[in-house]
Design a protein around this ligand. Structure first.
Ligand SMILES: O=C(O)CCC(=O)C(=O)O
Ligand SMILES: [Fe+2]
Length: 503
């Protein structure tokens, strides 16, 4: 496999790149630099705020962000942004009542920094494997669970982009290359619960399915066999109206998304490295949303259910994919509520089949960045894509006809709208065009998580919208599987794929 990494490491590549007819015009890469400061910022802690006005405000802000930009950033509140006065959507932080002991972690997007850094470092290790080691993951077909490569579609692309990638379906089944071992070194300080367990009638079993997805290595027995786990505290509100209850349910599910289970009972208290551990008996206290809705005081009164299970060592990517459930679900739930308060039938009939795909991209230093392309302009196929990156810029997005450079903000998650959201909202939330440029000196790594319905779901404008607003459908229905195949088997070319279903 001719990878960008191997070219970059090769002395010849330090001289020049061959110009090809598809080499971009250098002017094309110009982006309006500081503009990105107005990219909407969303503070996730407001979504779980006990103050209904705050929630209403943030819901509206999210809707506007999706509509005007198709793009927003979720930050940790500990981070101070440069020049905040110019931000269009700065909102002040109101923290939810903190869970026992660990309040500072459950704020905003709720994904621990160590996990974000760990998964990026593990990606780096993967791309630096020898070419022969990566070859076995090349993948032959568009829907292969793991695919590794350089150009978008090796058979038809005339240009190799200056990047290497590995794509993997991480949900409903978790797939990922079994190398390098670094991916399995996630610290065992936390595990995330599936957020939907408590308000969509999911059984506790689901949780275990998720937890078991975290890893599959056999473990050796360990000495300290019991781990106690403290679970969640949710904001509680007496005398809830129906709307209030709905909000609480939403908040509960959002907070559960972010619930961090802390393990205790180990000596030393330092981070626990998975491969030092044997089988862990994990006990989790579960409370249901009914208990929550009834809880009159700040501490919900509930009858906890204890379950025990053997936990396997976590995989960085599996842990990350669970961790980003909230940022993925929340904007969608909220933007659909914002569409006249209707709940769009957006997703698969069975949420268990929803598809989540992770795409890790590695852009090594490029000798002539003005002649190379990292990733051409395109929109993503799913509902929303969440993206994290190392601290090297390169992502640009199209806003009001201009390319806007996105400056990386440490510990932030970028969220962009995808084609499926555009179709579903009948064009109200457009999928955003974006691209990646490369640079001469530094490697850039990004990790995108795209989520969509199950492969057999038919993607079409939401009936609720059409009925309610007397609109005609602006997109033809298509099976998600066929849409994915169509997009993945052609050149990556702006919104060409979406244009095929546009009426
Ligand atoms: O590397 C980036 O920032 C962009 C990646 C991207 O657009 C994608 O994975 O779809
Ligand atoms: Fe993308």
């Amino acid at each position: 496999m001719l990878s960008a990494t191997s070219l970059s490491n090769h002395p010849v590549s330090l001289i020049s790149l061959p110009a090809t007819p598809t080499s971009p015009n250098p002017k094309e890469f110009a982006a309006s630099e500081p503009e990105d400061l107005s990219i909407p910022i969303i503070d996730f802690s407001l979504l779980t705020s006990g103050d209904p006005n705050c929630r209403t405000q943030i819901i509206q802000d999210l809707g506007k962000a999706c509509e005007k930009w198709g793009f927003f950033m979720v930050i940790e509140c500990a981070h101070t942004l440069p020049n905040t006065s110019t931000l269009e959507f700065v909102v002040h932080v109101i923290r939810v009542q903190p869970p026992i002991g660990y309040c500072n972690r459950v704020v905003n997007h709720g994904v621990p920094e160590s996990l974000m850094k760990g998964v990026i470092t593990a990606c780096d290790e993967f791309f630096n494997l020898r070419e022969e080691e990566k070859e076995e993951f090349e993948g032959k077909h568009e829907l292969d669970p793991i695919r590794c490569g350089t150009s978008f579609h090796a058979k038809i692309d005339k240009v190799f982009y200056w990047r290497d990638f590995v794509k993997a379906f991480v949900h409903p089944e978790f797939h990922f290359p079994d190398k390098p071992t670094g991916f399995r070194k996630a610290e065992m300080g936390w595990v995330f619960l599936d957020p939907c367990w408590n308000n969509h009638g999911r059984s506790h079993r689901m949780i275990w399915e998720h937890l078991s997805a975290i890893g599959s290595d056999p473990l050796v027995p360990m000495k300290s066999s019991m781990i106690s786990v403290s679970l969640l505290i949710l904001p509680t509100q007496p005398n809830l109206t129906k709307a209030g209850r709905e909000d609480l349910h939403m908040s509960a599910s959002l907070l559960c998304h972010k619930t961090i289970i802390y393990f205790s009972g180990f000596d030393g208290g330092e981070g626990l490295v998975a491969d030092r551990l044997g089988p862990l008996r994990l006990s989790i206290k579960l409370i249901s949303s009914t208990d929550l809705a009834c809880a009159p005081h700040s501490r919900p009164c509930y009858a906890p259910t204890w379950i025990e299970h053997e936990l396997r060592p976590p995989h960085y990517l599996a842990a990350f994919s669970l961790a980003v459930c909230a940022p993925q679900q929340a904007p969608f739930t909220i933007t659909s509520r914002w569409l006249g308060g209707k709940t769009l039938r957006c997703k698969s009939k069975n949420p268990k089949d929803e598809r989540e795909c992770s795409l890790q991209t590695f852009y090594p230093p490029c000798p002539q960045p003005q002649l190379a392309m990292g990733l051409p302009p395109h929109s993503d196929h799913g509902i929303l894509t969440l993206l994290i990156q190392n601290e090297v810029g390169g992502l640009q997005l199209k806003h009001n006809g201009e390319w806007v450079h996105v400056t990386p903000v440490p510990n932030s998650i970028l969220v962009n709208t995808g084609d499926h959201l555009e179709i579903l909202s009948n064009g109200r939330y457009k999928s955003v065009l974006h691209r990646a440029v490369v640079n001469k000196n530094t490697t850039r790594i990004s990790l995108a998580m795209a989520n969509g319905p199950s492969l057999d779901s038919v993607v079409s404008p939401a009936l609720e919208l059409l009925d309610g607003e007397g609109q005609l459908p602006a997109y033809l229905p298509m099976k998600y599987k066929d849409y994915l195949k169509l997009q993945q088997s052609n050149h990556l070319d702006g919104k060409a794929c979406l244009d095929r279903v546009r009426i």
